[in-house]
Every structure is written in C-alpha cells, then in structure tokens.
Design a protein around this ligand. Structure first.
Ligand code: ZN
Length: 378
C-alpha cells in the first residue's frame, strides 16, 4: 500500500512536471529587487536633476476606469494619482496601466521624499500639486528619464519624515505613506529586542557562493534597529558584532530588559536548492496553545510582519509556521522568528546579497511591528 502510494506520487510529480512545464515556484527571480538596484545606479549618474517633461501621453489613452488595456512596456503610464491626508499621515495612491517598479528615498536640504517609477510614463499627471498637509507641502512629478523610462514623483516636505511604500500583488498600485517622525508615537518608548541569528563560530547556513547567514542577519538587524530608533523605540540587540551568543543568553537579555517584543532574524536553508520564499515562525510544541496569551500575541505579531514581508519583498509566501525553537520558547514576551529568504536557493542568495533587499527586509519588519502595535492599541 505504502509502496504503491509512493510510486503514484513519484509518477504524478514526473508526469505533471514533465508535460505541463511547471512554472518556477520562486516568483520571477524577483524582478522587483533586481530593478531596484539598476534604478539606484541610473540615478547616481543622473545627478538628481528633474528632466523636463515632454512627449508623454502621446497615445491619449488615459482612462481611469480601464486599467486592463495597457500592459508592461511602451504605453505603460500613470492612470490615477490620489492623495489623502488623515491623522497627520499623508497617503498617496498611484495606479499605472502596467506593473510598477519603484525606488523610494529621502533627500534633505530641503527635505523631500522621492519616488521613481521605472518603466512608467507620467500620463496625465499634473506637474505640480499644492498640498497643505502638516508634513507634505507640494507634490511634483516629471518624466525623469526616457532611457530607461522613469517617472519621478517628489514630495516636498516641511521637515524630516518617515515613509513606507507598498505595492499591490498585481504591481500596478503603489501606496506611499508619509508622516513626521513625531507622528510615529506607536513605537515611542517601546523596548524591542532584535536578535540577529548565529554569529562568531556559528556562521548559520551558507549559500552556494559562500554568503554566510550570520553576515546577513547582523546587517539586517542593524538596519532594523536604526529604523526603530528613528521612531523612538529602545532597541536591545542580542548580539552587536560577529560573536557567538548562546540561545538562552539571547532571551535572558531580552527578558531582563522588560522587552515588549522579541524579533529574531534568520535566513532559511534546505537541502533542496529549489525551495524558496519567506516565512515567520511562532512558538508551538504540537499541543494546543490557543489559550496562551503570549502565543496569541506572537501570532498577531507574526501575521503583521509576514504580510508586510510578502507585500514588500514579493517572494514566495511560505506562511506563518509553528516550531519549538529555543528563542521562541524561552522568551517571556511575544516572540517571532523571521526566515527572510532561502540562502540555499541560488536566485534568492543573489537577492539576499543586495543592499536593497536588506533595506526592504528591515523596513518590512519595522512596518509589521508598527502595524502590530497599532492593532493591539485599538
Ligand atoms: Zn538561522
């Protein structure tokens, strides 16, 4: 019976894989992060000047209601630009007729948030839109470059601000949220433990080209810590350099510091190099822990972080999982362990090596933490 089942399974996999040309399990070698880097390079050469805007919207096909007519490539343009102001937070929604590859960054003197839309022309976008929100004074748009095609959106600010960006799953809608540093009171005064996995003699998993997990986790943890500190949080880093710290020592540090949440950062690995994607773990020992408030809170934290990771990174969603990991079991506060991507997968190892992936991973963790605290303060 058992043998027949295995045979049937092997046959089914062979048959399916052999004749139906299965699409790759890993989304498109992540075009999003690939393009992030090339846009950043192009911008460094372009000296930050706005190109004059001409020749856009030549085909005159703009129709805010018809978003399915134009795909990627020539003719991909901005169809709609909506901006809202609520509770001191400015939110802009950009809809394009095809997929948007975007790159966002801060500039100062004067303070600005710049968002570049790659492969998208400005369409009927107004060149300047005055806005009298507490933080955004004006929005300017322009065709920044024709080759490669880049539309630039600049938010002129009244002071320093924090921004988040999120792309819809069809990559046609980009949401940008801008708020001043002192608006992010949710994290102000919160003590947060960030736990960079492995270190010292323990390299963690090693990718096919030799990239070590311990190097990635400390880098992402430092970026996460500085973004949390910008928002007023107090951060406990369970290791601060390339040193070996035992698992119990890590949670002990967090438990003694009165930490609100514990977030451990790792990269995943598997013997099968085709396995890829993002997952977040919470404590589980096989028994029913549904009454345990710490586990419940951990699940809420995991849900918020995992959804921001998947939304921003665009990798395969491997979901929220339960495991009896020491750092999750021995921490007194809600705790999660993030496996950002598979360092054992050659495509994902390349992505993990990129600066932009690490920045986005850190930003997604911070967004998820903010959303968690927003949710429990309701
Ligand atoms: Zn690890």
């Amino acid at each position: 019976m058992f043998i027949i089942r295995i045979f049937a399974l092997v046959f089914a996999v062979f048959f399916y894989g052999g004749f139906l040309a299965l699409p790759s399990q890993c989304p498109a070698a992540d075009r999003k992060i690939e393009n992030f880097s090339s846009v950043a390079t192009a911008l460094n050469h372009a000296a930050g000047q706005l190109a004059s805007r001409k020749g856009n919207n030549a085909n005159g096909k703009v129709n805010g209601d018809v978003v399915n007519t134009v795909k990627d490539g020539p003719g991909n343009e901005v169809l709609a630009f909506k901006i809202e102001e609520a509770n001191g937070k400015t939110t802009a929604y950009i809809t394009a007729s095809g997929s948007i590859e975007h790159n966002a960054f801060n500039l100062s003197n004067p303070d600005r948030v710049v968002v570049d839309l790659k492969g998208v022309s400005p369409g009927n976008l107004k060149e300047s839109l005055p806005l009298h929100s507490s933080i955004v004074q004006r929005v300017r748009t322009a065709l920044f470059s024709k080759e490669p095609l880049i539309t630039r959106v600049v938010f002129d600010l009244s002071g320093k601000a924090i921004y988040n960006t999120g792309l819809s799953s069809d990559r046609r809608k980009l949401t940008i949220q801008i708020y001043s540093n002192n608006m992010s009171k949710l994290l102000s005064g919160k003590v947060i433990a960030i736990d960079p996995g492995h270190g010292g003699d323990d390299p963690g998993a090693i990718g096919p080209t030799g990239l070590m997990e311990k190097e990635v986790t400390i880098d992402v943890a430092r970026r996460t810590a500085s973004m949390l500190q910008e928002r007023g949080a107090k951060v406990i880093l369970t290791r601060s350099g390339d040193e070996y710290i035992g698992l119990y020592e890590r949670t002990e540090k967090a438990n003694q510091a009165g930490t609100a949440i514990f977030v451990s950062i790792h990269m995943n690995a598997n013997e099968d190099p085709s396995i890829c994607g993002t997952s977040t773990y919470v404590y589980g020992d096989g028994s029913d822990l549904s009454a345990d408030p710490r586990v419940q809170r951990s699940k809420e934290l995991a849900l918020n972080i995992q959804s921001d990771l998947v939304r921003n990174l665009g990798l395969n969603d491997k979901g929220i999982r339960e495991a009896n990991f020491a750092v999750l079991r021995t921490s007194d506060m809600p705790a999660v362990l993030i496996e950002g991507a598979f360092i054992s997968n050659p495509e994902e190892e390349k992505i993990i090596a990129k600066d932009e992936f690490r920045r986005l991973l850190a930003q997604s963790i911070v967004n998820g933490i903010e959303h968690y605290f927003a949710g429990i303060s309701l």
